[in-house]
Ligand binder design. Structure first.
Ligand code: BDP
Length: 698
């Protein structure tokens, strides 16, 4: 009995063996192994070993039963999976097993998956399914796999009610919510069950099921809605996924009728403790809370003269007796600033608020930091907060939903962006990548293996809705897939992950399908960047169309505070220490020097850090304005070529899917053309510099 995940393991292997006409035998600890003659190819034997059975005995290698080991090798040989009932302490070359870890061994014609817990076994079985025949081929290498980050979370920005402008899912581009309909949690959660299985298969193990902007209806999930939340948790649990809620910091007032939400007030503390008690009485393995506080109008501790550590610890102490965690977001800035005041800089805000609080957060608080200092733009430098808080558990937050990257109308495969973020060597003299920071792994230069190295995890905003294809644009499914796989293994090659997704999504398809999808998707993030905002400048999206399409000055003179500062002479934001906002100084060396100096600042981030004349020559050899002209025009040519490429797949993929992608590509070409024409004209009119290529400018 390995719990609900153990039962899922049995279901999964039963499903897998049945497809091939095989059968499943489950052996209890100590039960005799079947003899070789009775086990056929495609059969699967699940050996539930007792702890005593495996401890210290050479683990994986020892598991194939001698009877099976005598069988001649066959490409479809039986798979033997072994689970133990707890931590496995193994010798003989197999390290201690963490709960998510598994080892896959190919020995004497048998494929063996060994894990120390049901979750690891589940991940091992999904790995075998992903590999297909390859898992049964000749190979004498033992594969040990485990995730780097302990928490791999998806946040849903879903509301119960439907907002007149935003719809039901804030920044959602795939229809309504899979969780809620008709003002409550859905009666039929079968879609959620399919989603849970999907998440288990890509290694995601945590889901927050409501919007970080917590409106009154959703706030009540924490109290009146608990039975419904429990139903959702029941559906996620068997796939190793824990359920979290976004909560309002003002809950004691809004839900509890108290006159304050002050963290120092004993009644407030008691209210949260009682709330947490009720949650855990209903959902014993509840994950915890996600909190957006003092940000974009959400309530928070500032109202009471307290800081974010006071606020986060209040909730953490309520969750602590139950083992829950607070994911406290670092997305805090003043969204009501005076655009005329050139000293204000939104990029500085998260660091200014949080870096001084390092060491003050309880150890069941994870600070959730957006990957860039502004807001999920197509290109941003990595947030310096991630390097500034060594005594705080940190999680990096990505955005799978394509808010700023084309609303799932545009093909924009984000795997390469996230890969860059996670592998970026931010700390310890450019040796410690972001994925290590959020996993609590010390840098290679660290000689402190006993110090406080707290782990947080990887989180992201989900892109899923009740749309027929789950993600609006069918190809946006690849982003969900890549997110899970990269959160598991940040070193993975994003194009190889895309290839995996293509193989699993279009099994047995004509080779042209794979080829064409690579043509469209491999570099689609860079193509999107090339026709939208240039050289790291950020925000040029239209506020009126919910961050879709161009509007160069859309935010330029607004209180939200994101500026490109384009004038007749130049463009970009001076964030240097010497003459600008000082943001570059928030980085550790060598990055602060790299970004501070025009000579070393990389082209793709130039306008994020510097205000330069239009004639400034990039490392690429082009002037800034010529780059603006050329890259936009070239990228539109690329997108236009995708329409014909996709057309050649007609009849080779499902017709409805083909039609949906074709329709979206038409819109992508229209929108990319609009970006090109507006940006080229805008900067021609601002600068007066003609396009050296002679292409028309309107
Ligand atoms: C911004 C979105 C907004 C979110 C906010 C957040 O426009 O809808 O509420 O991020 O992350 O990008 O809280």
């Amino acid at each position: 009995d390995a719990g609900p995940v153990g039962a899922t393991v049995v279901d999964e292997v039963r499903r897998a063996t049945a497809t091939h006409g095989g059968s499943l035998t489950v052996l209890a600890p100590g039960e005799a192994l079947p003899d070789a003659a009775s086990v056929r190819s495609h059969d699967l034997v699940l050996v539930v070993a007792s702890r005593a059975h495996t401890r210290g005995s050479g683990a994986a290698r020892q598991v194939p039963p001698p009877a099976l080991a005598e069988q001649p090798p066959h490409p479809n040989d039986p798979l033997v999976a072994a689970a133990t009932d707890g931590a496995l302490v193994a010798t003989g070359g197999v390290a201690d097993f963490s709960p998510d870890m598994f080892v896959r061994v190919r020995a004497a014609g048998t494929t063996v998956v060994v894990a120390g817990a049901a979750a690891g076994l589940l991940y091992g079985l999904h790995d075998v399914m992903r590999l297909g025949e390859t898992a049964f081929g000749d190979c004498d290498i033992d594969v040990t796999d485990l995730p780097v980050a302990p928490v791999r979370m998806l946040d849903h920005w879903d509301n119960i009610d439907v907002h007149p402008v935003m719809g039901q899912v804030e920044r959602g581009y795939a229809g309504g919510s899979i969780f809620y309909a008709d003002g409550r949690v859905r009666e039929d959660l079968s879609r959620v069950a399919a989603y849970a299985r999907l998440l288990g298969s890509i290694g995601v193990n945590a889901v927050a099921i409501n919007n970080v902007n917590v409106h009154r209806t959703e706030a009540r999930l924490l109290t009146d809605g608990l039975d419904d939340v429990a139903r959702v948790a029941d559906v996620f649990r068997p796939h190793g996924v824990r359920t979290y809620l976004s909560v309002s910091f003002a809950s004691p007032v809004v839900l509890g009728g108290l006159s304050t939400s002050d963290p120092a007030d004993p009644d407030v503390q008691a209210w949260w403790a009682a709330a947490a008690d009720r949650v855990y009485a209903t959902i014993p393995d509840f994950g915890g809370f996600v909190v957006k506080a003092d940000s974009e109008g959400q309530p928070g501790p500032f109202a009471y003269g307290r800081d974010h550590a006071d606020g986060a610890n209040l909730l953490a102490r309520a969750l602590r007796p139950h083992g829950g965690t607070v994911f406290w977001r670092a997305f805090v800035y003043n969204h009501e600033q005076d655009w005329r005041d050139r000293r204000t800089d939104r990029a500085r805000a998260a660091y200014d608020h949080f870096a001084p609080l390092d060491g003050r957060f309880d150890d069941n608080v994870v600070l959730q930091v957006k990957y860039g200092p502004i807001d999920f733009q197509t290109r941003e430098p990595i947030s310096p907060v991630l390097a500034a808080m060594p005594r705080t558990r940190l999680a990096v937050e990505l955005q799978v939903t394509q808010e700023y990257t084309g609303h799932q109308k545009h093909v924009c495969y984000l795997g390469p962006l996230w890969s860059q973020v996670l592998t970026f060597p931010l700390a310890d003299d450019a040796t410690r990548p972001v994925s290590w920071i959020v996993s609590g792994l010390p840098g290679p230069a660290s000689d402190d293996d006993t110090g406080f190295l707290p782990a947080g995890g990887v989180t992201a905003v989900s892109n899923v809705g009740d749309d027929e294809f789950w993600t609006g644009h069918p190809l946006a499914q690849a982003n969900l897939y890549a997110y899970g796989r990269l959160a598991w293994n940040p070193e993975a090659d994003p194009v190889a992950l895309l290839d995996e997704w293509i193989g699993l999504t279009f099994p047995g398809a004509d080779p042209r399908v794979r080829e064409t999808l690579h043509t469209l998707m491999d570099d689609s993030w860079l193509t999107y960047e090339a026709y939208t905002a240039p050289l790291g400048v950020g925000f040029m999206v239209d506020p009126g169309r919910q961050h879709y399409g161009p509007n160069v000055d859309g935010y330029e003179y607004s209180k939200w505070g994101t500026y490109h500062f384009a004038d007749r002479d130049g463009i970009g934001v001076d964030r240097t220490v010497a003459t600008g906002t000082g943001y570059a100084g928030q980085y550790p060396s060598p990055w602060r020097e790299t970004y501070e100096d025009l000579a070393t600042c990389p082209d793709e981030l130039l306008l994020f850090f510097h205000h330069v004349p239009y004639g400034h020559v990039l490392h690429s050899g082009k002037s800034v304005v010529q780059h603006i002209y050329d890259s936009r025009a070239d990228a539109v040519d690329v997108v236009t070529s995708w329409v014909d490429a996709w057309q050649t797949l007609h009849g080779l993929v499902d017709d409805r899917l083909h039609a949906r992608v074709a329709e979206r590509l038409t819109e992508q070409v229209r929108s990319a053309t609009e970006w090109r024409d507006q940006l080229r004209s805008y900067f021609f009119r601002k600068s007066g510099v003609p396009d050296a290529s002679g292409r028309p400018i309107y």
